[in-house]
Design a protein around this ligand. Structure first.
Ligand code: PGA
Length: 248
């Protein structure tokens, strides 16, 4: 399974920032062979940076999509629109969207299905918050997010799917999960995927996200069951992201 590293810029960087970033990052990516690297800029920067990334090892990812292909859905962006500008991966139900935009597991499932239908590769984000973990509910919460968020995905489609385990308490806090915590949850997710997709479940990449930095990426990527990383804050500086992409 090829490891996948995605930089999630969230609501940062203008188009001119994004172009400057791409120009800095590209010459630094020599060591990225054997792995897949993707950037998820805001929607406005997708189309402008696409020509710069073409022919490079960096793929384009989007941070969200809507589940219909077109129609009266003011403010939304569809799968075919993302396809047209060269997007490969699309994040679904990031915890910030669940929290600030009240995105539900039902919405997540519709988006995962739509992404598949449009030839995109969805990255379903799951993860418990601090209170869930303190109450011993982390596994229950993640299991439910997977079962509901993957409703409607056929076993034959599982090879196009990725899951990102992002404990909410680790996102943007500088407090990454320990390798033991990540290993435990990734193993649980793998088991759930086998339950949902039988042998198809083994093809799903499971990414870890939450305070991944140049300082901890090597250890996290060596953790059993971790097939990639979803990187927020540390992906905003091209040289830091280049170091993360070149994890050893
Ligand atoms: P972080 O964010 O790396 O800044 O913790 C990760 C994410 O939210 O995808």
């Amino acid at each position: 399974m090829r490891p996948l590293i995605i930089g999630n810029w969230k609501m940062h960087l203008t188009v001119s920032d994004a172009l400057a970033y791409a120009r800095t990052l590209l010459p630094r990516l020599a060591a990225a062979g054997g792995r897949e690297i993707a950037l998820a800029p805001p929607f406005t920067a997708l189309s402008p940076i696409a020509p710069l990334l073409k022919g490079s090892p960096i793929l384009l990812a989007a941070q969200n999509l809507f589940w219909e292909d077109e129609g009266p859905y003011t403010g939304e962006i569809s799968g075919p629109m993302l396809q047209e500008v060269g997007v490969t991966y699309v994040l679904v139900a990031h915890s910030e969207r669940r929290r600030h935009l009240e995105e539900t597991d039902r919405a997540a499932a519709r988006k995962v299905v739509a992404a598949m239908r449009c030839g995109l590769k969805p990255v379903l984000c799951v993860g418990e918050d601090e209170a869930d973990r303190a109450a011993g509910l982390a596994q229950t919460v993640v299991r439910a997010q997977l079962a509901r968020g993957l409703e409607g995905v056929a076993p034959g489609e599982a090879a196009r799917l990725q899951v990102a385990y992002e404990p909410v308490w680790a996102i943007g806090t500088g407090k990454a999960a320990t390798p033991a915590q990540a290993a435990e949850m990734h193993a649980l997710i793998r088991k759930e995927l086998a339950g949902l997709f039988r042998e198809g479940g083994s093809a799903v990449r499971i990414l870890y996200g939450g305070s991944v930095t140049p300082a901890n990426v090597d250890e996290l990527m060596r953790t059993p069951g971790v097939d990639g990383a979803l990187v927020g804050g540390a992906s905003l500086k091209a040289d830091e992201f280049a170091r993360i992409a070149a994890y050893r």
